[in-house]
Design a protein around this ligand. Structure first.
Ligand SMILES: [Zn+2]
Length: 481
């Protein structure tokens, strides 16, 4: 069975053949976050799906080196620093830590390396110098450096756009326009502005452009000018990945990445997430409302190339579905009296057939939706085997085999038992909602002048460390400090 997946570069599903002549080592670069705030559910989808695909690639026996950057210098970080009244470095540090903590809560394993933009400044300056020498880049009088898109023949090959069409739709900043030779030329080095982080360079003080860091880090941390896989959200195809290809291939004359993998977007109740709609759902808030297993299940429930809609119904469905397999396991283990051996499924022909179907789904463009359907077949069979065993009619060997297979599939998709521990966050959410309910009842009692009842609610809560505060805009509760 060969792994096949869609390569954005060709627009086709292709057999995966690594660059390594022995076919074992695989290099993969994934674009990471710009750390200026908590990640939102759309980012989370990309990171969770990437982790799931990574689990599968590793399961196939490839020796994978997976690098994901953290952008720690950017306009957005500088803006956030001004808003929070702290230094840009502090903003980056705070949200980089938060990013790593949040992906861990979602069961995403850390990359082989998470390099930061500020770690590769000398390499980036060197990269730009070589592009200027080769005639692919030029400095403008203000000390900025631009990549000349006309100098690179393949510009547009990933996004399948042609330069003249692009110019039509481009919104041009008139200030920048004066500095550039072509409207589509993009920035490799941004001249320093007062109060912004900057570094010395032959063209003047400044900071690197965003596209450049990914090319530099990919080459440095994967130790190769050509890598196997480069991935990111589909919104990065143009201009980010197109620009990465242009600057990298202009420099080395070699293909930059052989397979380009892009995840589709996530919508919120049918709408795109956007500033104007104000419908960004941040992961820190979502983890207060939903447990990590529910969120991860939801994020892998659709194929990575189809859009996914965040709705209350879909989340409720994810909660119920993930409870189904969590419960099936615990009930089976209760009957078995102990957890089954991890490889118990390997001796069962029925399990081998299910495993093959799961593998076919994942090898066919990482179809997690179909793989989940196989997982639920296991759940159905497991529940039947468990019910039979309870009646004393069943075969506990097959029960143990099915339970171990369920656990195996869950780990491959990352909807593992370890995420169940985080379901306490769901309980905290429930406590919060129950408190709100009690406050509502107390307020009704006060309106009806049943003060004995309203005081009793307040006093009993106080005994349990919850203090109520009556304010003009309503009653709030807080934990006694
Ligand atoms: Zn990138």
């Amino acid at each position: 069975m060969t792994l096949r997946f869609t390569n954005t570069l060709t627009g086709k599903k292709e057999d995966f053949v690594p660059l390594d002549p022995e076919g074992r080592k695989v290099t993969w670069y994934a674009c990471g976050p710009t750390v200026y705030g908590p990640i939102h559910i759309g980012n989370a989808r990309t990171f969770v799906v990437t982790d799931t695909i990574r689990r599968w690639v590793e399961h196939l026996g490839y020796d994978l080196r997976f690098v994901q950057n953290i952008t720690d210098v950017d306009d957005k970080i500088i803006r956030r620093a001004a808003e929070e009244g702290i230094a840009p470095e502090e903003v980056a540090e705070k949200y980089a830590k938060m990013f790593l903590a949040h992906i861990e809560l979602l069961g995403v394993r850390p990359a082989s390396a998470h390099p930061r933009c500020t770690q590769v400044i000398p390499e980036m300056i060197d990269f730009i110098g070589k592009l200027i020498e080769k005639g692919h880049a030029y400095a403008s009088p203000d000390g900025s450096v631009w990549f000349s898109v006309r100098s690179f023949d393949g510009y547009g090959k990933l996004s399948r756009k042609n330069l003249d069409d692009m110019r039509e739709g481009e919104r041009v900043d008139p200030e920048q326009q004066k500095l550039k030779r072509d409207a589509m030329d993009f920035s490799l080095w941004k001249a320093a502005k007062p109060g912004e982080p900057s570094w010395d360079a032959p063209w003047g003080q400044g900071r690197p452009g965003w596209h450049l860091e990914c090319s530099c880090m990919s080459m440095r941390f994967l130790e190769s000018e050509t890598i196997d896989i480069h991935s990111g959200g589909v919104d990065l195809v143009f201009p980010h990945h197109e620009n990465e290809i242009a600057q990298s291939e202009a420099l080395t004359g070699k293909p930059f990445a052989r397979y380009w993998l892009h995840q589709a977007m996530l919508n919120i109740r049918g709408d795109k997430m956007s500033k104007s709609l104000g419908n960004f759902l941040y992961i820190d808030k979502l983890l207060e409302r939903f447990d990590a297993l529910t969120l991860r299940h939801f994020l892998v429930s659709a194929h990575y190339r189809t859009e996914l809609d965040f709705t209350d119904d879909n989340l409720e469905l994810a909660r119920k579905s993930s409870r189904r397999y969590a419960d099936a396991w615990h009930e089976a283990v209760a009957v078995l009296g102990a957890e089954p051996d991890a490889g118990a499924w390997k001796t069962s022909p029925a399990c081998a057939e299910l495993e093959e179907r799961f593998a076919e789904s994942m090898n066919d463009d990482f179809n997690t939706a179909r793989a989940l359907a196989v997982l639920f077949d296991v759940v159905t069979r497991l529940n039947t085997a468990r019910a039979n065993a309870e009646k004393g009619a069943g075969d506990t060997v097959e029960l143990a085999a099915l339970a171990s297979l369920l656990d195996f599939f869950r780990n491959l998709l990352g909807v593992s038992r370890s995420l169940e521990a985080a379901q306490t966050t769901g309980m905290e959410d429930l406590s919060g909602r129950l408190l709100d309910l009690l406050i509502e009842v107390r307020n009704d009692a006060r309106k009806l002048k049943q003060f004995a009842l309203s005081d009793r609610i307040r006093d009993r809560l106080a005994e349990n460390g919850i203090v109520l505060e009556d304010r003009a805009d309503g009653t709030r509760w807080k934990r006694e400090s």
